[in-house]
Structure formats: structure tokens, C-alpha cells
Design a protein. Structure first.
Length: 118
């Protein structure tokens, strides 16, 4: 059974930084696509950033240039460095590990809350 555990959320002032981490236990392979999503109340979950096994990345337009996703395959961990945070970044962030393209499953973490407020 795969479990994803996020950490690093919290409260920060506008313009501040936070770094989220997501550690996977169980059979997460290095060829999984790892991603971060967020979901505000009443809205659909949206992709924030994703990274492939080869290190290719994609970002939502709203975070491009401010957020950086990275991964450590040896530790089954994915990170999201968030800089220049804005109040509109406030919401719950979820980690995702997607191995469906290689016959695996798709797994979600339980979420970590990020609050950006003065």
C-alpha cells in the first residue's frame, strides 16, 4: 500500500516562502510522475506543478517563476519551493504520484494547508 505524507505547510506573510515536502512509502518507482495540486473551497483541484522521472517540469501559469518543483528518487520524495507567495495561493496543497502510464496506480496525499496573510 502506498502512502504519501505532505509536510511544510503553514502560515506566511505575502512575499514570503515555504517549502513543501511529500514522502512516499511503499512501492513508488522512479518512473512515476510526481505532482502538486491545490484545491480551494468550492473549486476544482488544479495542477500546480509536476515533474517526470527525467526531470521535465510543468507549472501552472499562476505560479510559474515563483514555485519550483524537484524530486529525490532515492528518498521517494518530491518538493515544492514556493517563493513570493500571494494571498491567492492560500489553500490546501496535495501531493500526487501517478504511475498509470507504467501500469501502476495513482496516489494522493491527505493535503497540507498553506495560508498567506498579513
Amino acid at each position: 500500500q502506498v502512502q504519501l505524507v505532505e509536510s511544510g505547510g503553514g502560515s506566511v506573510q505575502p512575499g514570503g516562502s515555504l517549502k513543501l515536502s511529500c514522502a512516499a512509502s511503499g512501492s513508488i518507482f522512479s518512473d512515476y510522475v510526481l505532482g502538486w495540486y491545490r484545491q480551494a473551497p468550492g473549486k476544482q483541484r488544479e495542477l500546480v506543478a509536476a515533474i517526470t522521472s527525467g526531470g521535465s517540469t510543468t507549472y501552472a501559469d499562476s505560479v510559474s517563476g515563483r514555485f519550483t518543483i524537484s524530486r529525490d528518487n532515492a528518498k521517494n520524495t518530491v518538493f515544492l519551493q514556493m517563493n513570493s507567495l500571494k494571498p491567492e495561493d492560500t489553500t490546501v496543497y496535495y501531493c500526487d504520484a501517478d504511475g498509470r502510464h507504467v501500469g501502476g496506480g495513482n496516489y494522493w496525499g491527505t493535503g497540507t494547508l498553506v495560508t498567506v496573510s498579513s
